[in-house]
Write a protein that binds this ligand. Structure first.
Ligand SMILES: Nc1ncnc2c1ncn2[C@@H]1O[C@H](COP(=O)(O)OP(=O)(O)OP(=O)(O)O)[C@@H](O)[C@H]1O
Ligand SMILES: [Mg+2]
Length: 390
């Protein structure tokens, strides 16, 4: 558990962080968010003593960080930054091995770990271990940064806009990988971003900062539904029903589907039964496309009634957020989208109606909340009034 108590950092006249207190339970992801210059990076860097606080205390599992030598402290805290900071003259594997080497690990101890982690972050070691940073894309370099931070197995991970410098699609993939890795490794993570959607997707709790102060610290749902101030409300955005979809996963609303292997007319027709569409898979169950049963009924051969697709593009995964699934449907203009596992095997489908259903629930929920409480009337400041609202 990380505990910040009344932490302040001043630079002469400037108060970068102003009496911030919060706690991050072990194994949780805390996302620090807020406008540029609000003190996120300063807060993060005080935890591993890259910056010394002016006053207040920071404890990791009950131990005051000021009582630990900075180098010692940093060996147990993974740190990932936006610009990655890989050593250009070292290979990918050597970059990832930096901390274990510093710790004096023997090669046979760290080498398997380095390879394992490269695999985990989606960079097969056979292909990437011996590459140099200049041979990597921005997104690949970021993955190396994440692998490097994880390799010595630190219980605590500090990440400062780690996915900031990549295109939206790569970012979405890195976020999905982060969710998957975190589910497995259960690190305590403090993650800085100024992207609200990223915060909603990744956070167990969000710490929203403004001008050095902590405005609100709670779950994403609470920040969306019970903003403590107009600032929080405005920062989180007005499309709350849509934002809430960033919290729900496809796994929660998907249903099973009819599918068939091989395209013989009789086989497909039987699979069609009462359904409108039947998915086509190969022998291993990997999604290949689908058949429109109405078109098939009209006597068109299965090859022509069918649509062939690449599952990488046309399907989502059980852990995809409903928001991303919805944007995929809108992008393709379909009311349903297939759900596949990591290897492309069909596991179900999610429909627009199912997503609408969850939005209707959220809308009712929000409508109930707002009864007699106009959002514009949320007080700008006053902690006393805040308490009444929450
Ligand atoms: N070394 C320094 N000397 C003086 N002022 C500083 C110093 N470092 C940071 N500040 C100021 O402290 C405030 C907080 O900076 P910080 O880097 O923590 O912001 P941030 O929330 O991480 O912003 P961004 O989203 O732009 O990265 C800013 O007003 C910044 O100008
Ligand atoms: Mg910053």
């Amino acid at each position: 558990m990380i505990t910040l108590r009344d932490v302040t950092k001043r630079y002469g006249e400037v108060t970068a962080v102003d009496g911030v207190s919060f706690e991050v339970p072990s194994g949780e992801v805390c996302v620090l968010i807020g406008p540029s210059g609000c003190g996120k990076t300063t807060t993060l860097r005080m935890i591993n003593r890259l910056i010394e606080p002016t006053s207040g205390s920071i404890e990791i599992d009950g131990q005051d960080v000021m009582s630990v030598r900075p180098e010692e402290l940093r060996r147990h805290i993974g740190y990932v930054i936006q610009s990655v900071g890989l050593f250009p003259h070292l290979t990918v594997a050597e970059n990832v091995a930096t901390v274990p080497k510093l710790l004096g690990w023997e090669r046979r101890r760290y080498e398997p770990k380095v390879r394992e982690l490269l695999g985990i972050v989606g960079l097969p070691p056979a292909e990437y271990a011996d590459k140099y940073p200049r041979q990597l894309s921005g997104g690949q370099a970021q993955r190396v940064g994440v692998a490097r931070a994880l390799v010595a197995d630190p219980p605590l991970l500090l990440m400062d806009e780690p996915f900031g410098a990549v295109d939206p699609l790569t970012r979405e993939r890195l976020q999905a990988e982060f969710v998957r890795i975190q589910r497995e490794l259960k690190k305590t993570v403090i993650f800085v971003t100024h992207d609200v959607d990223e915060a909603i997707k990744l956070a167990d709790r969000i710490a929203l900062m403004r001008s050095g102060n902590l405005e609100q610290y709670d779950t994403p749902e609470t920040l969306l539904d019970h903003p403590a101030s107009k600032f929080v409300h405005d920062f989180m955005g007005s499309d709350r029903a849509l934002k809430r979809l960033g919290r729900a996963r496809v796994a929660n609303v998907m249903r099973t589907v009819e599918s068939t292997t091989g395209g013989a007319r009789s086989v497909v027709a039987e699979a069609c039964g009462g359904s409108r569409f039947v998915y086509l898979t190969d022998e291993r169950g990997v999604l290949e496309g689908w058949v429109d049963c109405k078109v098939l009924d009209a006597g068109t051969p299965p090859e022509e009634a069918g649509t062939t697709v690449d599952w990488h593009e046309a399907a989502v995964h059980p852990e995809t957020t409903l928001k991303d699934a919805l944007s995929r449907m809108l992008g393709f203009g379909f009311r349903n989208v297939a759900v596949v596992d990591a290897d492309g095997r069909l596991v179900g489908e999610v429909s627009l109606a199912a997503i609408e259903g969850t939005m209707a629930d959220a809308d009712t929920h929000i409508a109930n909340l707002e009864e007699g409480e106009v959002l514009g009337a949320i007080p700008e400041e006053s902690p006393a009034e805040r308490d009444e609202l929450t």
